[in-house]
Structure formats: C-alpha cells, structure tokens
Ligand binder design. Sequence first.
Ligand code: E4P
Length: 218
Amino acid sequence: MKFFIDTANLKEIQEAYALGILDGVTTNPTLMAKEGITGNNNILKHYVDICNIVDGDVSAEVMGLDFKSMVSEAEVLAELHQNIVVKIPMTLEGIKAIKYLTEKEIKTNCTLVFSAGQAILAAKAGATYVSPFVGRLDDISSDGLALIAQIRMIYDNYGFETQILAASIRTPMHIISCAEIGSDVITAPLAALTALAKHPLTDSGLAQFIQDFEKGNK
Ligand code: E4P
C-alpha cells in the first residue's frame, strides 16, 4: 500500500519524507489556502517545491469546470514536473477530460468521489487514481470504508487498473482498515501517519529497558 501525505505544508512533507515511508503527496485548494499560497503563479511554484522534496506522485488540482479549461490547465500542470498527477473533479466534464488526458499519457486523480458509480466512471475513463473521500462520508453518517470495499470488489471483478486512493483519511484506524480492504493508496495528514507508530506498551517497554540498562551499568 502506498502512503501519500495530504498537505501543502513543506515542513510536514519533509518530515514525512525523512521517515522513508512516503510515496507521494496530495493537495487541494483548501490545503493550499491554509498555507497562505494564493495566486496562480505562487501555486504553480509551490507544486514544483513539493515535487523537489518527494520522489513520487504529487496531485495538483485543476480549477476549471469545463472540459476545455480542465484540459488546458492540466497540460500546464503536467509540464511543471514529471511527478505531477492532475487532479480532476468527478463531473461529466471531468470524465471527458480524464479520458482525453489518459490518451495523452498524462496521469490523473479523479477527486471528490463519493459513490461506486462515480468510481466506475473514473476507471472506465482510465484515471490513474480514484479518490473516494472516507472521512467526509463518515461525517454525514455514511460508511466511507464500506465504499472503499465496494470499489475494491468492483475493480477486481473487471481488472480495472485505476488505483484506489483512499482520501479524507482522518485516523490511524482508517489507514489500517484501508490496508485490510486492499486500498492501493491512502492519503492522510502527518498526525494520522505518525500515530501508526504509537503504542503505550511500546513506550512503557522502552522506558523499562532503559531503566534496567542504566541499573546494570551503574
Ligand atoms: C485529498 O485528495 C483530499 O483533498 C483530502 O483527503 C480531503 O480531506 P478532508 O476531507 O479532510 O478535507
């Protein structure tokens, strides 16, 4: 399973990359705004800065809503760096754009996916990744992880090559459940990724080992 970090914060990306377990980055306009990155030129530069940190796929989102503007933005984004994957929203115009970009060998990430039907369309269009939003479904009392399992089954039924990128991951348990289901990728904030390492028995066991080592060396 690939681990992507879901942030536009360069320090957090560096920190996760230094762990040696990071395979890529996802961003979105909200995450960019949170870092104070505004204006098209600054946003494009920020994507390049991220690509220069991480050796892996970096999702960069188009803002246009129609086929023509999505495709022209996508072509600019794809030219920025070989690691760029163009994030296209799940709309009918988006599906057309994904199909077109796939034929041009530009990698895509179909975003804002909330149903199995949408995931089937993304795969039919040839998206590199499909991003179902687990946490946002949970937020409305729907079952985000059940959607990941449903898409996994459908993709396996037909051998679709589109990779399932479980997005809107909020907790370490989301990550573990996605691994059980067989999600190809998860994208999570740094806190959820690092929380995987934590266990109180590890902490108390380590404290005991240190104490016993020091006693024996007095
Ligand atoms: C990633 O591609 C998504 O934009 C992101 O995971 C959304 O997460 P959120 O629901 O926590 O905003």
